[in-house]
Design a protein around this ligand. Structure first.
Ligand code: C2E
Ligand code: CA
Ligand code: CA
Length: 639
């Protein structure tokens, strides 16, 4: 048989083109891409060895037996490895390496079978042998190797179809098309062995994959043309394991704000300029655009002096403005140096450092240790919340609210406390925002509501002169659609009517302009709940919303009172007093009852009495206390 090597030569030319293309365009560094490089390498080795083995098989007389042997073995190993590596590539491409580890391990077995056959071939001639004239001949088990290659192909096709949801549809289609392209010549060559078609078609298939799947958009940020976050991730994996690396982080504050004010297009142009400047500053290192105006530069083992110079340069440049046409803007920027892996320890911390937004008004340094400590505390508190919900470690304390007209306790605010056996008391200012972010506030809110209802009913608080208890309602609760059902169900359970609960909604919540929120509050109002507007004077007062919502009481924030009458000095700013006085008067004229929080001193109380405030709440009367203490207190003062 005379082998034709023309197709192999064409295949080599294609392979060289692919290789050039990969290295010419930067950024083929995702893990899947690395496996893709392995595929290209194997194809190349197969092509070269196929040519040399074919030449020596065509003319065994002039070839040395050992070289004929070497080329044949190299070809068979490389080409079988190619089929196996292609399936591995699919696992990486679909990001299923971790999820389907076992399957991936099992898939090595057929390939090991290939290797075993080749290993014993010199003694058995089962896969190939040379006849008396030295011509290359297939042995009885050669078809087993075909069978294995066939298995890998069929497996790949099924695998792609089964997991098509992990990939865009167009990519799935091209993968299948390319599998098919490389599949046909294998069958052809089974019958016409002298035409070495397979490698050529496989290379064409890889070329197609390169263009349709391994494309630039996956690795390059469309805004700045820098390597993207995706690529950084892979680079960071290596940097974390290798050690002795430095990551410089540069973050622009409040990108969203600028996008909105000057428009995406202008802002993108400016980001483009920033990226050009950065790449010029760091010609030796890779710069990454992590999105949201966050940039990262991965440097090797640079010393402090170098990072300091770099810090100064960045701050100096950002003091000046960036311009696009006649727009000219300056941005506060955050600069951070992170030593890998010492400063971060875990990949999770590192990700957080990269993504944590910077919202400073002035340029600042990023303190990695502090940011990580904050983050770890947040994660801890999240865990403590989960634990507390399970173990019922939340308790509700009560702070009396005084009626200025009768001089008696008129109601109380229910305030939640998290008491952990190991970490002690976690203040609500700390855990409530975290619970709002994680959604556990819904469970906490329900628990507080039920606890308050139980307490109100068991202690017959109505008889003690308490008209209602005030319960804080988080925005997140207001936006949940089943809040009303939950409240209704609990009221029913304790045979209470909604009048015994007054719900406090914060001012910032009313500004958030949520349809669900207005609807929920309307519905709750119909059920008979009354409402207070909390923290008045701190948020963005959205007057139109205030009118739309059924508030009966406005709670003026303690900061307003304290400016008018500082509790430690016993006096305050004249302007702040005028503001307080007029605010109270205005709200009362509008028909609201007015409550002032944070009353700590007698002077403050007297001032508020003069201003005809309706209700007081504050340490001067009582701090929030446990429910039994509160009950006993009310029994005494309301007697
Ligand atoms: P808030 O609703 O403004 O509650 C009033 C806070 O001011 C309480 O802090 C109370 O202890 C404190 N306070 C009252 N009088 C004085 C005073 O005279 N001086 C000073 N310095 N502070 C005073 P607390 O209990 O630490 O609660 C903090 C915040 O946590 C609350 O602010 C509220 O927004 C939130 N919160 C507490 N419990 C709950 C809850 O069950 N659900 C929701 N959604 N939020 C809650
Ligand atoms: Ca409140
Ligand atoms: Ca308040």
């Amino acid at each position: 048989m005379h082998y034709h090597i023309e197709f192999d030569i064409a295949a080599i030319i294609l392979t060289i083109f692919i290789t050039y293309f990969i290295f010419y365009k930067k950024g083929l560094v995702r893990r899947a891409n690395r496996v893709f490089l392995v595929l290209i390498g194997l194809v190349f080795v197969s092509e070269i060895s196929d040519i040399f083995s074919s030449l020596s098989n065509n003319d065994p007389d002039s070839a040395q037996r050992w070289s004929q042997d070497i080329w044949n073995y190299i070809y068979l190993v490389a080409h079988n490895a190619l089929a196996y590596s292609f399936t591995v590539y699919l696992f990486f491409l679909l990001d299923l390496v971790k999820k389907k580890k076992k399957e991936l391990y099992l898939l090595t077995i057929p390939f090991i079978g290939d290797l075993f056959l080749l290993l014993i071939n010199p003694f058995t001639g089962l896969t190939f042998y040379y006849d008396a004239q030295g011509y290359y001949k297939h042995g009885p088990l050669f078809s087993v190797m075909y069978g294995i290659a066939f298995f890998y192909m069929v497996f790949s096709i099924i695998f792609v179809i089964r997991h098509r949801k992990y990939l865009e549809q167009s990519k799935v289609k091209s993968l299948l098309a390319f599998l098919f392209i490389s599949f046909v010549p294998v069958v052809v060559q089974m019958f016409f062995q002298e035409y070495l078609l397979t490698l050529f078609f496989e290379t064409v298939g890889l070329l197609g994959i390169l263009f349709s799947i391994e494309n630039k958009e996956d690795t390059i940020s469309p805004v700045t043309g820098m390597l993207n976050r995706f690529v950084l991730e892979t680079a960071l994996d290596a940097a974390m394991n290798g050690g002795g690396n430095t990551l410089i982080l540069i973050k622009i504050a409040n990108l969203n704000y600028y996008n909105k004010t000057i428009g995406y297009e202008n802002m993108n142009a400016i980001l483009g300029r920033i990226s050009v400047w950065l790449e010029k500053q760091y010609p030796l290192y890779s710069c990454y655009d992590c999105g949201r105006g966050h940039f990262a530069i991965l440097c090797g083992d640079v010393d402090r002096e170098e990072t300091e110079t770099s810090r100064k340069k960045v701050f100096a440049r950002f003091q000046e403005s960036w311009s696009k046409d006649n727009l000219s803007l300056t941005f506060p920027v955050q600069f951070g140096v992170v030593r890998l892996p010492d400063d971060v320890r875990t990949v999770e911390n590192l990700q957080m450092l990269i993504d944590e937004p910077f919202d400073g008004k002035e340029s600042a340094n990023l303190d990695a240790a502090e940011t990580i400590a904050d983050y770890e505390r947040r994660v801890l508190v999240e865990q403590l919340i989960d634990k507390a919900l399970k173990k019922k470690n939340f308790v509700v304390w009560y702070q009396p609210i005084w009626d200025a007209h009768t001089g008696k306790v008129h109601s109380a605010e229910a305030l939640c406390r998290l008491q952990d056996e190991e970490y002690g008391l976690i203040p609500p200012d700390e855990f409530i925002p975290i619970a709002e972010q994680s959604g556990t506030i819904l469970d906490i809110g329900r628990m507080v509501f039920e606890e308050v209802c139980r307490f109100y009913q068991e202690e017959r608080l109505k008889k003690l002169g308490l008209d209602y208890i005030e319960v804080n309602l988080s925005v997140v609760q207001c936006m949940s659609s089943n809040l009303k059902e939950i409240f209704e169900e609990i009221l029913k359970k304790y045979a209470l009517d909604a009048g015994c609960i007054n719900l406090e909604v914060t001012e910032s919540a009313t500004a958030s302009n949520q349809k669900t929120m207005v609807e929920t509050i309307d519905y709750l109002k119909q059920l008979g709940f009354s409402f207070s507007l909390d923290d008045y004077g701190t948020g963005y007062s959205n007057i139109s919303y205030m009118y739309e919502m059924p508030f009966s009481i406005i709670k003026i924030d303690k900061s307003i009172l304290w400016k008018a009458m500082d509790p430690s000095k016993g006096e305050g700013k004249k302007e702040a007093q005028i503001y307080l006085e007029n605010t109270i008067r205005m709200l009362k004229e509008m028909g609201y009852s007015v409550l002032v929080e944070g009353v700590e001193t007698l002077e403050q109380k007297m001032l508020l009495e003069k201003l005809e405030c309706d209700y007081f709440q504050g340490y001067y009367f009582s701090k929030p206390v446990e429910k039994q203490v509160f009950r006993d207190y009310v029994r005494v003062v309301n007697a």
